[in-house]
Design a protein around this ligand. Structure first.
Ligand SMILES: [Zn+2]
Length: 129
């Protein structure tokens, strides 16, 4: 397959420089753009614990790489391609892992017990006078 993408960092004329990041493709629904999500654990010194950090970066997704949701990709900074896009995917690091879909495993919906006690006690009696 021939890559005709002008903004492809490999086959096109787009030059990439600056920050290099690795993340997971959270969405590939846009045309030529993917959302790359980076989850980090940041240490909070004061409490000696970690907090989760999540950043979602819109990145140009060249057709020759064909990044799909769930792929781990490396992105590199480039010139602004759109209002929010200033990164481009430069390589795919790992394909989509064999995700166990939640639909296959039967959920224990029946096990969830509903509280039998209804709010019968709070009937409005004062309405009629
Ligand atoms: Zn290409």
């Amino acid at each position: 397959m021939e890559c005709k993408d002008r903004n492809c960092p490999i086959h096109g004329t787009l030059s990439t420089r600056g920050t290099v990041l690795e993340g997971k493709v959270a969405s590939d629904k846009m045309q030529g753009t993917a959302i790359v999500q980076i989850d980090r654990m940041i240490k909070v010194k004061k409490y000696d614990r970690y907090k989760r950090s999540r950043s979602r970066i819109p990145a140009h997704s060249p057709p020759c790489i064909g990044a799909k949701t769930g792929d781990t990709v490396r992105i590199m900074e480039c010139r602004k391609l759109a209002r929010t896009v200033s990164f481009s995917i430069i390589e795919k690091l790992a394909g989509e892992k064999t995700e166990e879909k939640a639909q296959d495993t039967p959920k224990k919906a029946d096990a969830k017990k509903k509280p039998a006690v209804k709010k019968a006690a709070k009937k409005k009696e004062a309405n009629n006078g």
